[in-house]
Ligand binder design. Structure first.
Ligand SMILES: Cc1ncc(COP(=O)(O)O)c(C=O)c1O
Length: 550
């Protein structure tokens, strides 16, 4: 393709994208094709000779579009938001145009340094603890980059300054990964190395490591445990309370029992906004158990004392239990993939409570911050722990800047070597909307969710299935699983809106996740009407909203 043709075709493509986004409401939200339909329309063999652009492009309309489920439709309420925006799309295009590999600082300094700055911006915008920021890092202020020194090594060997050899922590920072799943995996690898003092990378861990997450945590935690060689059986699923948040008392008991058996607890993955129901784990309480905050206060108090009230005695017993589950330190990772964006607004920053005790944290701008997939912001409080777990420097990547330790090489912060220039789209989004513009989006979506929640609460035949702190409403018709399944199928087959489901307390539950770029009140009003009429068609009482509020 010549540059001239690229310009023409590119303009045509941009027009196509803008037309699509302006009108995607007109399509059936869920693709209505059957399995194999798209495959059947694609030639079995690649073309021998190149084809003309118009015929390639025509197939986008003819073959691809029918097989698209329209995540950008304002009537998309499924799974979780995956919204994009024009500035984000332009950033993605520019990244493809520049075509850089940002694996090392030296392979494109702007790719690394823009990412560092934008990650610091996000930390500030969300009100995250300072320890997660580069600009708060002593070694960076002194002109150091990764701050761990340049290790000119062929294989992963802890560098002499490594904390694994008793060195100091060099400060934290953030990186853009593809997904929250990768963030959990990277956190788990770093935690494994810290807990085994590097043995795991050197020889394979001999210790039996154990991870913990609530029964409502995302499946990526179990996947990470499998990939890390921990094994699903050594991932303990902690019980949840009636709001589906982790029960800290159960966590405490599980950790103590594992220690007693000679196992090594090494990571707890807490969730701020679970996928199923938006539950928020008590991060501060979890962190206090892991960091032994309560154990410190126990140090000066006698274990038993005469005349001590039973409540105090129980508290001391709990403190002793906490003490027993101290060192080696257990890593605390916080997954706020779906909901972290809400912390843009000060009124939702309660969700950050306890992050000062976390070792790592992530949220996904690719879910709810107008930045198209993929873009996960992953932060660590001590970047040395991550880098020493993931760094291998083969000769062909050696360079003076890396050796000097004065730069950040993001290849050491992720699983793959290569990396795209993802910071561009995030930079464009933040600059285009500004913090206030992004806050307005979040508030708008949460207000819509509250509107919907109020309708459910005042309807005689429907009930809320979980608290609705943000933009996800979990609800169900009281007619049972079959009724709810019918409502879901009928709406999704109609193509007028799209919802998904979960199971809470063993019951089929409908989920309405609000976060598409163009969703307005009338879209939410309409989906509520669709839900009620689907229920009536299935033969509910038909009393609907006419019934007096309960
Ligand atoms: C809490 C939570 N964690 C992790 C994920 C996985 O996200 P990703 O696709 O970025 O790995 C999701 C979304 O599905 C989620 O809601």
């Amino acid at each position: 393709m010549s540059a001239k043709a690229f310009r023409e075709n590119g303009r045509q493509l941009l027009d196509w994208i803008a037309d699509y986004l302006e009108t995607c409401e007109k399509y059936s939200v869920q693709s209505q094709v059957k399995p194999g339909d798209i495959l059947a329309r694609l030639p079995r063999h690649p073309p021998l000779a190149g084809e003309a652009w118009p015929s390639i492009f025509r197939d986008v309309d003819d073959i691809i579009l029918p097989g698209i489920t329209h995540w950008q439709s304002p009537n998309f309420f499924g799974f979780f938001p995956a919204n994009n925006s024009y500035p984000s799309i332009l950033g993605e295009l520019l990244s493809a145009g520049l075509g850089v590999q940002g694996m090392l600082w030296t392979t494109s300094p702007a790719c690394t340094e823009l990412e560092m700055r934008v990650l610091d911006w996000c930390a500030e915008m969300l009100g995250l603890p300072e320890k997660f920021r580069f600009d708060n890092s002593p070694s960076l202020l002194e002109g150091g980059g990764q701050g761990v020194g340049g290790a000119h090594v062929q294989h992963a060997t802890p560098h002499p300054t490594s904390p694994l050899r008793g060195g100091r922590s060099v400060g934290g920072g953030g990186v853009i990964l593809d997904t929250a799943s990768s963030a959990t995996l990277c956190a788990m690898i770093a935690a494994r190395e810290r807990a085994t003092q590097g043995e795991s990378n050197r020889t394979g861990a001999r210790q039996q490591l154990v991870a913990y997450a609530s029964s409502q945590a995302h499946s990526s935690v179990e996947k990470a445990a499998r990939i890390c060689g921990i094994g699903s059986q050594h991932l303990r699923l902690v019980d949840v309370d009636r709001n589906f948040a982790m029960k800290v008392d159960h966590l405490r008991v599980l950790i103590a029992a594992d220690r007693k058996q000679g196992l090594t607890p090494f990571i707890v993955c807490a969730t701020v906004g679970t996928t199923s129901s938006n539950a928020v784990d008590p991060v501060r309480e979890i962190g206090e158990v892991l960091r032994g905050g309560t154990a410190e206060s126990a140090a000066d108090s006698p274990v038993r004392g005469e005349g001590v009230a039973p409540g105090v005695e129980a508290a001391r017993a709990k403190i002793l239990l906490d003490r027993a589950i101290l060192a080696p330190p257990v890593w605390l990772h916080v997954d706020a993939a779906m909901s972290g964006t809400a912390a843009l607004c000060p009124e939702f920053r309660w969700m950050n409570n306890g992050l000062d005790l976390a070792d790592s944290y992530c949220f996904n701008p690719h879910k709810w911050m107008l930045t198209n997939f993929d873009c996960d912001c992953f932060y660590v409080a001590d970047r040395a722990a991550l880098i020493h777990a993931l760094s291998i420097l083969p000769e062909y990547l050696w360079n003076q800047e890396t050796e000097s330790g004065a730069v950040v090489d993001y290849r050491d912060w992720q699983i793959p070597l290569g990396r795209r220039f993802r910071a561009l789209k995030l930079w464009f989004v933040i600059r285009h909307y500004g913090v206030e513009g992004l806050q307005a989006y979040v508030r708008h979506h949460i207000a819509l969710a509250q509107w919907f929640q109020a309708r459910v609460e005042s309807h005689q035949d429907f009930e809320l299935a979980a608290p609705c702190p943000l933009n996800l409403v979990c609800f169900r018709h009281q007619g049972g699983d079959a009724m709810n399944q019918s409502i879901l199928d009928s709406i999704n087959h109609s193509g007028k809106a799209y919802l998904t489901h979960t199971k809470l307390n063993g019951k089929l539950t409908l989920r309405l996740a609000i976060g598409a770029w163009r969703t307005k009140l009338h879209h939410v009003e309409r989906v509520w009407e669709l839900i009620q009429s689907a229920a009536q068609q299935q033969g509910d009482s038909g009393r609907g909203e006419l019934s007096p509020p309960r």
